[in-house]
Design a binder for this molecule. Structure first.
Ligand code: ADP
Length: 460
């Protein structure tokens, strides 16, 4: 097309020149003829130039038919360009309206905030779930509208993985989980997503209460049965033939009570997210008592080593921590063959405070690792039962650690043994020395609710 346009322009110029010469030959006025034809030739260009300027200025649509030659090319190129832009704009409008429609129809509350945490936009679900109405609440501060302790921190952190659950003030029957993520250019705005979890929450409560009540109701009759069995066993009149079944009844009843007690412990741990008593805990002392307990069970058949930072205390609940640590150490005894080496360590690491139980036992296959902390999950049901396991131990450990903002890290290789690490955040660290300076007696320190004890620096 370009070439044909060039050819046309050339032909036109040559034709004009030839016509000028012809006209000059006929009239004898060569310069005048040349001038006339040059003017005519120039007029054509000026005409098209003006037409183009006019159309561009008025945003006219360029369409066929196009004049021939270079001008036609120019018109056509502009027409194509216009068409592309029109299409793109149409697509953008369609896109935007589709996104708006999506945002309007999701059942989750969506709120966009600017960097000062003021509301810029909210969808209709935000009205029913959070009582934020847009545009009524445009420009208002979000934490003023939704008065909820902890919401500030969540917005500040903008960590989608860290939700906050609460019942909003305007409708206490609702239960929401709210997440915040960075939004917009430079990610300084915030997008808040609130989801209605009322049903799940109610079901969870029912399940929790059911387990707690059922365990509680079972405990009393079991105690009665155990009492009678015990009496019969101690009664000289009991026939010798009954002793074996009675012994079995007693050990099975004991097992049952262990399971019930573990279930009760778990539901108690589930009742709220934080332990009721939080104090500086003398972890070295707790570990010593766990090791003492373990040594009597191991009865010399295992090699237990320990390496404990005597200065390192944490802020937490002593009873719960004792239960978690003891579960891990006793697991290493229960689930490994005799003569296994078990090492127990307590130390400050760059990534937190680590309580580590490592064994050189048979290890656990990788596919089981993610499920170990589920209730009643056991790699080998029969073996675990035989060793007195309930399948609830690691679930308890996980719950206790959750309540201490700590986490359980499990690594294991078949044939090489397993490592269980309880990792506590640095902020929970306290040192024995500082506690002694604070009030003389580290074990009798006041609860944190009364006065905050000194904390160690992140790394000593
Ligand atoms: P249990 O009451 O059976 O010990 P847990 O919840 O404490 O229940 O542990 C779950 C399962 O994890 C155990 O049944 C066992 O199969 C496996 N397990 C736990 N600790 C170890 C370990 N140190 N070595 C090998 N397997 C382990």
């Amino acid at each position: 097309a370009m070439r044909s346009a060039a050819r046309f322009e050339l032909l036109l110029a040559a034709g004009s020149l030839a016509l000028a010469l012809l006209l000059g030959g006929a009239t004898g006025h060569y310069p005048a003829s040349l001038l006339v034809l040059t003017l005519l030739y120039a007029c054509r260009h000026v005409y098209h130039l003006l037409r183009l300027t006019y159309r561009l200025a008025r945003h006219h649509r360029f369409n066929a038919p196009y004049p021939r030659g270079a001008w036609g090319e120019v018109y056509q190129a502009i027409a194509q360009y216009q068409q592309r832009t029109r299409k793109r704009k149409k697509r953008q409008v369609r896109f935007a309206s589709r996104f708006r429609e999506a945002a309007l129809s999701v059942p989750d509350a969506l709120v966009i905030m600017d960097k000062n945490q003021t509301v810029e936009w909210a969808n209709p679900a935000a009205a029913s779930l959070l009582n934020i109405q847009w545009p009524r609440d445009d420009g208002k501060n979000l934490t003023g509208l939704v008065q909820q302790p902890g919401l500030d921190d969540i917005i500040e952190a903008a960590d989608y993985a860290r939700p906050i659950d609460f019942s909003p003030n305007h409708n206490r029957a609702l239960r929401l989980t709210v997440r915040v993520t960075p939004f917009g250019e430079k990610k300084r705005q915030r997008l808040l997503v609130g989801r209605d979890i009322t049903k799940i929450h109610a079901l969870n409560t029912i399940r929790r209460d059911f387990v707690a009540n059922a365990s509680h109701e079972l405990r009393t009759p079991l105690t009665v049965i155990m009492g009678f069995v015990e009496n019969l066993l101690h009664n000289a009149a009991t026939p010798a033939a009954h002793r074996r079944p009675l012994n079995l009844m007693q050990s099975q009843a004991l097992r049952m009570r262990t399971i019930i007690d573990d279930l009760l412990t778990l539901s108690r741990l589930e009742m709220d997210d934080k332990p009721d008593v939080v104090q500086p805990v003398d972890v070295p002392e707790v570990i010593r008592s766990v090791l003492h307990e373990a040594a009597s069970i191991a009865a010399g058949k295992y090699r237990i080593e320990s390496d404990i930072d005597e200065e390192l205390f944490v802020l937490g609940n002593e009873k719960e921590l004792h239960s978690a640590f003891s579960n891990l150490v006793l697991n290493a005894l229960k689930h490994t063959p005799e003569r296994t080496r078990i090492s127990v360590r307590w130390a400050e690491h760059p990534q937190g405070l680590h309580f580590t139980v490592q064994d050189t036992g048979g290890g656990i296959a990788a596919e089981h690792l993610p499920r170990l902390t589920e209730r009643f999950y056991r790699v080998d049901k029969a073996r675990s039962r035989a060793s007195g396991g309930t399948g609830l131990g690691l679930a308890i450990v996980k719950h206790v650690l959750n309540r201490h903002e700590a986490e359980l890290l499990i690594s294991s290789r078949i044939g090489h043994g397993s490592t269980f690490v309880c990792r506590f955040p640095d902020e929970l660290a306290l040192s024995r020395r500082q506690l002694r300076h604070a009030d003389g007696a580290p074990t009798a320190s006041p609860s944190v609710t009364e006065g905050k004890p000194h904390r160690t620096a992140a790394a000593r």
